[in-house]
Design a protein around this ligand. Sequence first.
Ligand code: ASP
Ligand code: MG
Length: 438
Amino acid sequence: MALIVQKYGGSSVADVEAMKRVARRVVETHQAGHQVVVVVSAMGDTTDDLLDTAAQITQHAPEREMDILLSAGERISMSLLSMAVNELGVQAQAFTGAQAGIKTTSHYGRAQIVGLVTERIARTVKDGHVAIVAGFQGISEDDDVTTLGRGGSDTTAVALAAALHADVCEIYTDVDGLFSADPRIVPKAHRLRRVTQEETLELAAHGAKILHLRAVEFARRYKVPLHVRSSFSEKNGTWIFDGPANPELKGLVPSAALVDPQEDPMEQPIISGIAHDRSQDKITVTNLPNTPGMAARVFSICAEVGANVDMIVQNVPVSDSTRANVTFTLPEGDAQRTLNALEAARDEIGFDQLRYNPNIGKLSLVGAGMRTNPGVSAKLFEALSDAGINIEMISTSEIRISVVTRLDDLDRAVQAVHTAFGLDATESEAVVYGGTGR
Ligand code: ASP
Ligand code: MG
């Protein structure tokens, strides 16, 4: 008997039929003899619809009120799903984030989980019932409802799985797992059988939308095995864990995924996948005095306005070594604030101009095998050059290479690189079952 946390995303519970299908799956898992905790997202586009409705009333909604509003989406789905499970003859109880003991900071809209008091959920499953928890929300020290940021239900699920010492956290979505690239762009993307937590972290941090970044961080820190799969099919999805599988999982993990890529490097592909990100913008500060402390000045201004700077490139013109240009990327939502703050400090810092380009895209090639295989970057640059795509910026980690291109070129770049690294599947395998992509 295993303790399984199952998380169902919005497209898996988008309407009554989908909700009933999820209920059947929950009941099957329960009847197979497992303890089941379910975390559920709001139905379909509910969260977006709630945001739209609020926007018709005010552009300045108090953050506290906004969080109470948004938490309602998940409360609707948790209670309906609980009814659907009860209808199938298995006892289930629904819990809000607060009732499930999810304690958070009071940063409305982006609260972080600081503790979990899981007695009530643990007791529910011990009594043989199914516990259904509203994702994406918790409660602050001041007893106010908070939300965890868009996509936050993943984090609720993994945090609960960690606190309950669950054997696996299953993330149900509208595709069959993690793919070597977004199947919406690369129809020949192949499903990954197993990836390391480190690779998943890089993919999620650089635009792969399938898992909330905080959820992957939790899974890594607390060693929670993840299984990303579709609620629309019975297929095995992608397993994400490091080291050997724990004994409770033996019956659940297919033998192919039991091979530990770190133990058996032959089994480890050099490249696991390609992530892409359209949501970054680029700012260039021109003719900055090339003296100590200038970069510190620019980036402390960015930090003061809470801008999450990603890539940075500095170049010094050969003709005038007393001046430098600094270019960096940041999330599009942070750009305007940052431009305003830098503009205000222009005379004090002594730069010429700010250049702003929102039309950029970022491609990231990720693979733990890069550590031991030289030549990956050469091959990447060659593939882009063959496709006639210009690289504007480059950054790397031990297991990732990212490049910035023009936004218009991004899809083509992803396709070209996918083919160049031999990642195309012979038969197209990627099915997108649901979701409006909103
Ligand atoms: N319903 C929330 C959202 O749309 C949280 C989630 O789905 O994970 O972002
Ligand atoms: Mg999601």
